[in-house]
Design a protein around this ligand. Structure first.
Ligand code: V0D
Length: 236
């Protein structure tokens, strides 16, 4: 059994989960936060090197103001509740996305968690915050063009371009998981998902358990990753 080095997750279904129980959407997000803790600790324990979670997309600003405000309070809740455990488990916190537009208090708790855990050598728990894939690519292109214009670089190529993405220090994404069975990428890691296996589960994020992650990894292992080439045919 191969454990994927880098797993990306779209944690969908919090709202649907809450609605089914007659609860406000925020109740789903609250359980969703506890699931982040549980799944991160488990993934680290089985040897996953990096996990990138879609916490807040550039489109999420369009949600009702009360919900956006609640989402902005989640980093504080998450790190106040779990930072000790994250440190004990040697997990390193990172983030990708545009922190500029995020309220100061949320940004500060994040920065502190990143700083406190920067020497941890276990799994990288990477949060995509105010992230959008197209914006990431355009930002990278702008910086790349700037460096070419200034004579810092001559040639434009794929290897060079990668260095300008938020994920330049991270391993390739092996596996994308999206819960709640929405069959879309939704502007997530557009460039990075080029060769990733994708697993869509019916499970809603608040119901997602370590055993569900195991099932996703089993599915990943059952696939024949060709990268466009021709690996040896599987024998039945
Ligand atoms: C829980 C998905 C937004 C399910 C949505 C740190 C998991 C809700 C943020 C967030 C979480 C907001 C501002 C910011 C950084 C992150 C968030 C966490 C969990 C855990 F600066 N949603 N969200 N953060 N969930």
């Amino acid at each position: 059994m191969k454990v994927p080095k880098h797993i990306a997750i779209i944690m969908d279904g919090n709202g649907r989960w809450a609605k089914a129980k007659g609860l406000p959407r925020t109740a789903g997000h609250k359980i969703g936060v506890e699931k982040v803790r549980e799944i991160a600790i488990y993934a680290n324990s089985i040897g996953v090197k990096c996990m990138t979670l879609y916490a807040f997309s550039t489109e999420n600003w369009n949600r009702p103001e009360a919900e956006v405000n609640y989402l902005m309070s989640l980093p504080k809740i998450f790190f106040e509740s779990y930072m000790k455990e994250i440190m004990k488990n040697n997990i390193r916190i990172m983030m990708i996305g545009d922190m500029d537009e995020i309220p100061d208090n949320a940004r500060t708790v994040f920065k502190n968690a990143i700083e406190e855990s920067k020497d941890n050598t276990g799994m990288i728990l990477n949060f995509a915050v105010n992230y959008g894939g197209r914006r990431e690519i355009v930002t990278a292109a702008r910086k790349y063009a700037e460096d070419v214009k200034n004579g810092k670089i001559n040639d434009i190529d794929e290897e060079g371009f990668k260095k300008y993405l938020y994920t330049s220090e991270l391993p390739e994404v092996d596996l994308l998981i999206r819960t709640s069975y929405e069959l879309r990428i939704s502007n997530y890691l557009l460039y990075q998902l080029a060769y990733s296996e994708m697993v869509f589960t019916h499970t809603l994020w608040p119901d997602f358990k370590p055993s569900d992650l195991d099932l996703c990894i089993d599915e990943y292992n059952s696939r024949d990753r060709r990268f466009g080439g021709l690996n040896e045919e599987k024998t039945a």
